[in-house]
Design a protein around this ligand. Structure first.
Ligand code: KIV
Ligand code: ZN
Length: 515
């Protein structure tokens, strides 16, 4: 049943991608990304691992209820509790898929599962059958398939298809395969599994050797009909196959692969930016397809060729992947409809309440800055998405004093409920350190700063500063983000954003992020 023309794109940004250290997302962020993935044209969205936590369950349920236009998938181990919980979260989806997995390699059988081959087959069959009892779209993954003995892999895959799996996914869980190896694994299944024509073969490659995209292409050449991938290639360790790279490889080299996807490639750059901003995982400048330098020609000889005929040095056009030439958007007199329209074309789905808040912030910014660019608007919208609803702590005012030979001082007034609390701290280490110390003093929450990044949202000296930081609190990592034309204010906002996420997590609210 493998479609020889159109490859199914299975996006796992919200599941495997979220397993990148520090990339956990809250419910609002996950919903925003899920909507963006539909706009991008992915076929399947793996929305989470419902048994993993109440937050994951809620995210899969809400995405199932609210996101139409793609199959929504939930991950489960081959155990009754996992599968029942997965279905519970998926049952309201327009189209649902249960994805069950069980490790099959000798290493995993011996050390992790302590099960023999017969027990593995029986457990896999049991899992697939239970899932089929709920839903007719069931995917089975033999975890660590690339390191599984070929005969045993064929036996497990055959049994899973007999039990009703409609997709069999072949993971290279530890990123061990090379293209020739991965191609051979898929070819072996095509040649030796007698019922393979009753399922779509899928591939799920990790990038530990930097080969995830190449391995996925080799799988397609040998009969895979589905590719599992993530935006910007995020995921466990070195990540997964990058969606934008595999899609553009298939499209650009259609002459060779004769396969395409349903992806709207002009949404690649906006979706990449959204995921980067939400997860705090920055895209390297020279990243293929979506990096800032991906289409920048530096050498004179190249520039000359480009001016004469772009195809001399360009195999794809920037506009095909969603880079736009001009991004001057709005000014002081722009109205709410113009802002909503621009937000929409940048890939955001703002609810009325969110639009109201962003518009208010936009007006404040327009008083400070004459021209508002896409980058400014993106920063405002994402700050809104990042904000914790009913935040415990908010900034009333701040002042900083710093100079050569002076001890930096930060004075903060924070609101907590209906109380304003003011503190002033000085420290030898600088205003950022002082801002952390003052916040800790007021809130009583200890913060260990693990990462701190400042970025200009747009070009120009009047650009907004965007601060993203990771803090550790009681052994857990939390992200914070703040935006302002004043970098110290952006820092204080980012610290408070992290504090509010900590409070939200420790108070046990039913949000998906910061696990
Ligand atoms: O890498 C892996 O094996 C996985 C499975 C759950 C598909 O993510
Ligand atoms: Zn994986």
């Amino acid at each position: 049943m493998t479609d020889t023309q159109t490859i199914t794109i299975f996006d796992t940004t919200l599941r495997d991608g979220e397993q990148s250290p520090g990339a956990s997302m809250n419910l609002t962020e996950k919903l925003e990304i899920a909507h963006a993935l539909v706009d991008l044209g992915v076929d399947v969205i793996e929305a989470g691992f419902p048994i993993a936590s109440p937050g994951d369950f809620e995210a899969v349920s809400e995405i199932s209820k609210r996101v139409q236009g793609a199959t929504i998938c939930g991950l489960a181990r081959c155990s009754d509790g996992d599968i029942d919980r997965a279905w519970e979260s998926l049952k309201e989806a327009e189209r649902a898929r249960i994805h069950v997995f069980l490790a099959t390699s000798a290493i995993h059988r011996q050390f992790k599962l302590k099960m023999d081959k017969d027990e593995i087959i029986a457990r896999a069959v049991g899992g697939v059958k239970r899932a089929v009892g709920y839903c007719d779209d069931v995917e089975f993954s033999p975890e660590d398939a690339a390191r599984t003995e070929p005969d045993f892999l064929c036996a497990v895959v055959k049994a899973a298809i007999d039990a009703g799996a409609t997709t069999v996914n072949i993971p290279d869980t530890v990123g061990y395969a090379t293209p020739a190896h991965m191609g051979k694994v898929i070819k072996t299944l095509v040649d030796r599994v007698p019922n393979i024509d009753r399922a779509v073969i899928s591939v799920h490659c990790h990038n530990d050797l930097g080969l995830a995209v190449a391995n996925s292409l080799a799988a397609v050449e040998n009969g895979a009909g589905q590719i599992e991938c993530t935006i910007n290639g995020i995921g466990e360790r070195a990540g997964n196959c990058s969606l934008e790279e595999i899609v553009m490889a298939l499209r650009t080299r259609r002459d060779y692969y004769d396969h395409d996807t349903r992806i709207n490639t002009q949404r690649l750059v906006p979706t990449s930016r959204l995921v980067s901003s939400v997860t705090g995982l920055q895209v390297q400048r020279n990243k293929a397809i979506v990096g800032r330098n991906a289409f920048a020609h530096e050498a004179g000889i190249h520039q000359d060729g480009m001016l004469k005929e772009p195809t001399t040095y360009e195999i794809m056009r920037p506009k095909d992947v969603g880079f736009t030439k001009t991004d001057l958007v709005l000014g002081k007199h722009s109205g709410r409809a113009a802002l909503a329209d621009r937000a929409r074309s940048l890939g955001y789905h703002l609810a009325d309440e969110q639009l109201k808040t962003v518009f208010a912030e936009f007006k404040k910014l327009a008083d400070k800055k004459k021209e508002i660019y896409d980058g400014d608007l993106t920063a405002l919208i994402e700050q809104q998405l990042y904000d914790v609803p009913d935040e415990a702590w908010s900034l009333v005012s701040f002042s900083v004093q710093s100079g050569t030979g002076e001890q930096p001082r930060v004075r903060l007034t924070l609101r907590h409920g209906d109380r304003d609390v003011t503190e002033e701290m000085s420290t030898g280490d600088g205003p950022i350190d002082a801002a952390f110390l003052t916040t800790e003093k007021i809130t009583g929450i200890k913060l260990l700063c693990k990462d701190f990044r400042v970025r200009a949202a747009t070009l120009g000296r009047d650009a907004q500063g965007e601060v993203t930081l990771d803090v550790e609190h009681e052994g857990k990592l939390h992200r914070g983000r703040g935006v302002s034309t004043d970098t110290v204010e952006a820092t204080v906002k980012a610290i408070l954003n992290a504090v509010n996420r900590i409070v939200m997590t420790t108070e046990g609210t039913s949000r998906a992020g910061d696990r």
